[in-house]
Ligand binder design. Structure first.
Ligand SMILES: [Zn+2]
Length: 389
């Protein structure tokens, strides 16, 4: 790969003919059309999020003569360059000089580029950028793009995969799953955490259809001119879960719906009954893990481990232990009630507190509470054997 360092290109040159696409949220062209700012393997513009702190910081750096870091261009042909690294910074500068956002001046007043003093404008426009122009094969460039990632926000795993497997498939996938203008995003957000911009929905869709083998799936479908399978599978999962759980709860967000779909979509559920059970479990003060409620119901309401039912606190355990020991010593039998009724050497064994665990006399799943009167201490062996707690 050939690299040349350019030190004479100014902000003014870069912003010549700058086009910003409001709808897709990305910078498109600069250098009088010669520079493609966001090639398809680049991620979406994210510096305007978080209240624009990052794009404002880029402009602040220019005004204070702070370096904004190295920028990398890929020389595609004699008259065509692509931004490899620096897209976020260039878009910030381009958006500022086209009055898309304001910064605060010394007096804390909002200031747009158009309204700035001449000398300040000139300072920004005349800033020279440090640019490496690289020339190489597609695979060299992409391999290298994977490893640079120096300044700014690190690429997420999916952004990296989008870069590595760029092509028609990724382009179509991003149009559907990475476009924050897509009206479905709100609905999907009930089940999926993260943001469209950072590729979290794209990642989930690929994760589900590929059963966790995203890279492999992307590599096989890289040249596809449609995303039919991807979309269909994704929608099946969303329709399935929204059909079963009709009440929306915040704990649904980010669950492994793809795995749950695979495991349970052939079973029949009655949504009215499911809804009643969800509400009952949400009202149960002994359930610590509400996220587990959904899988618990899907699996037939038997695996109470998923719910992390509240355990007895130290004080209850201690007082129960003490009262059992008093009784046991009087009767000269084991302080584990199950050992006491047995026929082996442990029949009269006195266990230490550390050798015992608390047990629900009436199981939680059968309505037993986590209160002192439903607590008994068992030796660890008997407690484990009793299982269903
Ligand atoms: Zn025992």
């Amino acid at each position: 790969m050939k690299t040349i360092l350019k030190t004479t290109i100014t902000v003014k040159d870069i912003c010549e003919g700058f086009v910003y696409n409001e709808l897709e949220g990305k910078g498109l062209y600069g250098l009088s059309g010669k520079l493609t700012i966001q090639p398809e393997y680049q991620r979406n513009y994210i510096y305007a999020s978080d209240g624009g702190k990052r794009e404002i910081a880029v402009i602040g750096s220019l005004l204070k003569d702070y370096p904004i870091g190295l920028i990398y261009f890929n020389k595609v042909s004699e008259n065509n360059l692509e931004v490899l690294d620096g897209q976020q910074r260039i878009t910030s500068v381009g958006r500022f000089v086209t009055d898309k956002f304001a910064i605060k001046d010394e007096n804390g007043m909002e200031q747009y580029f158009g309204g700035m003093a001449k000398d300040k404008k000139a300072k920004i426009l005349e800033t020279k950028l440090l640019i490496y122009e690289c020339e190489g094969t597609e695979s060299q460039i992409k391999e290298w793009f994977k490893t640079i990632n120096i300044a700014g926000v690190p690429l997420s795993d999916q952004e990296l995969l989008n870069a590595v497997y760029s092509g028609p498939f990724v382009t179509l996938g991003k149009e559907e799953f990475s476009n924050s203008q897509n009206s479905n995003i709100q609905k999907w957000s009930v089940y999926i955490s993260g943001s469209a911009n950072r590729q979290d929905f794209m990642e989930r869709a690929l994760d589900w259809v590929s059963n966790g083998n995203i890279g492999d799936y992307m590599s096989r479908h890289r040249k596809d001119k449609n995303i039919t399978e991807l979309k269909k599978y994704f929608n099946s999962v969303i329709d399935w879960v929204s059909g079963i759980f009709t009440d929306i709860e915040s704990e649904m967000r980010g669950l492994e719906w793809g795995r749950l779909y695979e495991e349970y979509h052939k079973k029949a559920y009655e949504s009215a009954k499911v809804s009643k059970e969800v509400r009952k479990l949400y009202g149960d003060p002994y359930i610590k893990n509400r996220k587990g409620i959904f899988e618990y119901i899907l699996g037939g309401s038997s695996d109470t481990k998923l719910l992390e039912v509240r355990v007895f606190d130290e004080a209850i355990k201690r007082s129960t232990y003490e009262s059992q020991i008093d009784k046991a010593k009087k009767k000269e039998e084991s302080n584990c009630p199950l050992c006491a009724v047995g026929h082996d050497a442990n029949k009269s064994k006195i266990w230490s507190f550390a050798e015992m665990d608390a047990d629900h006399v009436a199981a939680w799943s059968k309505g037993g509470t986590t209160s002192a009167k439903n607590c008994q201490m068992l030796c660890k062996t008997h407690n484990r054997a009793k299982g269903n707690r």
